[in-house]
Design a protein around this ligand. Structure first.
Ligand code: SF4
Length: 317
């Protein structure tokens, strides 16, 4: 599916605009919990999980996994409809590793989710780059004839030292391989990247984004590292605090990264959500509007935009 480029007046290609253009209405993500676990927790790939991963598998705003998909969806829809009576919906499997099951079970689960409401227009599946075997790619491809399927791959960083320190238990080559096979199947891929991981310099964060830009993914999700209670990183931080990016430093890195991304890459987010009661640091991430405004302000100050320093667009890939 060809992505649209941002209008000239916009400085980056935001997901909300992309969805509204594509479906003709405001479109909401509805985060469901499919009851998965993760191979980096059960010993298959590793134990303990990624150092920043929360008890809810980094899906802290997903529905309640004790409920059926139907009940999770209806509960969230009734809250949304109080403010937005109309809309289209993308079902989002975010918590844990949402391709970590038998392919026939996954097929049933995805089809059930996609059929929960007539206004569902797509399915987003978040997973690890080393957990998309060919039979599951085939399931996703089959589903893409009925609804728009996007696979969100957690990359976070391309740097092996950080991957090891964060106990990711996958390598950049896993990401490259997954992107290649998903693209061969005609599926849209979003890369998830975390800025401010311990030990990383801004230059390293830009290296990660250059790699993502070259991969040809359709979308990027960027956010600042959250140090959360109940995580390995949180424990480490509380006993021996390490430096974290300040808001101005984060804004500067994000604007540099936007300049490196092709203009047609959809920006899924530039700020993160973290439940206030679980967030240890940095506290400035709680002010999402402030972060967003500072990014907009910095792009205006530079008179810059997404793709300003990118040599090519997807048309050239
Ligand atoms: S791969 Fe995802 S779910 Fe698994 S431990 Fe890492 S962040 Fe958590």
């Amino acid at each position: 599916m060809r992505m649209q480029k941002p209008p000239e007046t916009k400085r980056y290609h935001a997901l909300s605009d992309d969805l509204a253009d594509r479906y003709g209405k405001k479109t909401f993500k509805v985060a469901l919990d499919g009851g998965f676990t993760c191979p980096n927790r059960d010993g298959t790939k590793g134990v303990g999980g990624c150092a920043f991963c929360t008890l809810r598998g980094s899906g802290d705003f997903a529905g309640d996994r004790r409920l059926s998909l139907r009940d999770q969806f209806d509960a969230q829809l009734s809250i949304m409809k109080r403010k937005w009576p109309e809309g289209k919906y993308v079902v989002y499997f975010q918590a844990f590793t949402n391709t970590y099951a038998d392919s026939s079970l996954l097929k049933r689960l995805y089809e059930t989710a996609a059929g929960l409401h007539p206004d569902i227009v797509g399915l987003n599946v978040g997973t690890r780059p080393d957990c998309v075997p060919d039979d599951i790619v085939a399931v996703l491809k089959g589903l893409s004839s009925k609804t728009d399927v996007t696979v969100e791959l957690g990359l976070q960083t391309i740097h092996p030292t950080t991957q090891k320190a964060m106990n990711l238990c996958y390598a950049t080559a896993d990401f490259d391989d997954a992107v290649r096979r998903l693209h061969q199947a005609g599926l849209a891929v979003v890369a998830h990247v975390i800025d401010g991981l311990p030990g990383e310099t801004p230059a390293m964060m830009l290296d990660t984004i250059r790699h993502v830009a070259r991969s040809g993914v359709a979308g990027v999700k960027l956010h600042m590292l959250h140090v959360m209670k109940g995580t390995a990183l949180g424990l480490r931080y509380e006993s021996d605090p390490f430096p974290l990016l300040t808001l101005p430093a984060y804004v500067s890195v994000v604007c540099d990264q936007l300049e490196l991304l092709p203009p047609d890459v959809v920006i899924h987010r530039l700020t993160g959500d973290a439940p206030a009661e679980l967030l240890i640091a940095p506290q400035w991430t709680r002010k999402k509007f402030v972060v967003q405004n500072e990014i907009d302000k910095e792009l205006r100050r530079r008179d810059s935009r997404q793709g300003a320093k990118c040599a090519r667009t997807h048309d050239d890939l």
